[in-house]
Design a protein around this ligand. Sequence first.
Ligand code: NAD
Ligand code: IPM
Ligand code: MN
Length: 354
Amino acid sequence: MKAVGSSIAVLPGDGIGPEVVAAALRILDRVAQRGGLSVDRETGLIGGAAIEEAGHPFPPATEDLVHQADAVLLGAVGGPQWANSQVTPEQGLLSLRSSLGLFANIRPFEVFPGLEQASPLRRPPRRGVIVRELLGGLYFGTPRGRSSRSDAVVEAIDTARYTVPEIERIARIGFEMAERQGVPLVSVDKANVLETSKLWRETVTTMGEEFPRVPLIHRYVDAAAMEMVIAPERYQVVIAENLFGDILSDLAGGLVGSLGVMGSATVRQWEPGPGLYEPIHGSAPDIAGRGVSNPLGAIWSVGMMMEWSFGLSDAAETIYGAVRRTVADGVLTPDLGGTATTEDVTESVLNHLG
Ligand code: NAD
Ligand code: IPM
Ligand code: MN
């Protein structure tokens, strides 16, 4: 197992990114120490912080660093000060993802015991996972950009593009996950309008023949957004293209009470291997620097790193359990209606780790 002597690239980024990453690293260190793992970690620049210090949101030194690492832990990027820059922090994040070639973004959601009142997820199972395609669609398609037409009207273009192999590889992960859990697979698209979605639905349907035990449900994204609010228990394993997965995973953050508790793993395989781990939330400029950001999404992401990059499911479960018990104790940051600080929550998770 590749756990002893693992190396992790740490990219704190902007806004609350450094706060939640610092908390997550304390958990990582404790778990590593308890499990006798030696984890080398090296910090790099990404996003707005990298624009300021290196003139680029994903500098070559960061690219080298992440390619040498076994796993990458990222905070968040972006902020109002760069919203209109020519090169944005968000472009750095997209370059990081595509440079690593990791396409399957796994975003679990779960209503923690104690937070049932904050959630429309009233019936069990109170959890699910969005498997978001991360390297295609409108985020990366070309042509894209802005131009002035001959009549001087300014226009902007984005291109949605998917190939059959790109759809197959993400669909396969979704089917396998649904099969392991013994639940239906919900595939989200807009096949009543979009060409990419028609291809998506066709390809997913064909792949379904390889998974006869997995009931396959297709939903248009608009209807899925509605149904995830009124009957979220039907959405246990969801596959979606890049933009739809982005939107529905924030919706899932709303379902469980806060964006701040959701972590993610981005991988390209089932076996332990390279991965990128990030909470799904952004840099939250509205609360940055006040010490009240919720670190649970970043901490959960460290659990996912144990599971997906190092094959250490026990260590992962220990972290998830400590997160659940922290919430059950009512140690909650303001996004969950509490008055705890980032530090209080981190200490509580550490205590529950033992
Ligand atoms: P956001 O996720 O930063 O914040 C949305 C809301 O959720 C805010 O009210 C914020 O305070 C709250 N929130 C988010 N995370 C929280 C946490 N851990 N604890 C407590 N509250 C939390 O989204 P936004 O405001 O739309 O975007 C802000 C910036 O972040 C933008 O520049 C955006 O592009 C960027 N962004 C980056 C990532 C990423 O790096 N992966 C993800 C999403 C948005
Ligand atoms: C996320 C974010 C990013 C995305 C942005 C900041 C590029 O919203 O990780 O969910 O859209 O993928
Ligand atoms: Mn998002």
